[in-house]
Design a protein around this ligand. Structure first.
Ligand SMILES: [Zn+2]
Length: 134
């Protein structure tokens, strides 16, 4: 299953000229306390395997991939950036308590991850630009 999913992710990125952003979940256990339902999703062996497959296939295809800080990706509104634990109404539903946007929780989180990934990519590119002496 993960072979098929990772292949779809990487070939879609390749076809659309996009990069891939994944949540960096290493060390999350010591840093963040998660609700029980998130714990089962995030710490599953399957997710780590999927990430490893995506990483391998992205590298092989020359598709850029960045890891982003997973903090608040499920609590932040991807429309207005308001962060509120209570906006995440259930595993499936996100309803922003500030602007009223309603989205599937996974869609909202994925938009936040994409935005963070783009920012991380830009920062990484800038850091490789040689500093000019004044
Ligand atoms: Zn909002």
């Amino acid at each position: 299953m993960n072979h098929i999913v990772s292949k779809t992710i990487v070939t879609t990125a390749e076809r659309t000229g996009s990069g891939i952003a994944l949540e960096d979940l290493t060390g999350i256990r010591s840093r963040v306390r998660l609700r029980k339902d998130q714990r089962t999703t995030l710490h599953s062996w399957s997710f780590r395997q999927l990430a490893a497959f995506v990483e391998y296939k992205a590298k092989r295809a020359g598709v850029p991939l960045v890891y982003v800080d997973p903090a608040y990706t499920s609590q932040e509104c991807s429309e207005c950036r308001h962060i509120d634990r209570l906006s995440r109404r259930s595993q499936a539903e996100f309803a922003c308590r500030a602007c009223g946007s309603v989205m599937h929780a996974d869609h909202n989180a994925s938009r936040n991850i994409a935005r963070k990934g783009e920012a991380a990519w830009i920062v990484g590119r800038e850091s490789r630009v040689p500093a000019t002496s004044t």
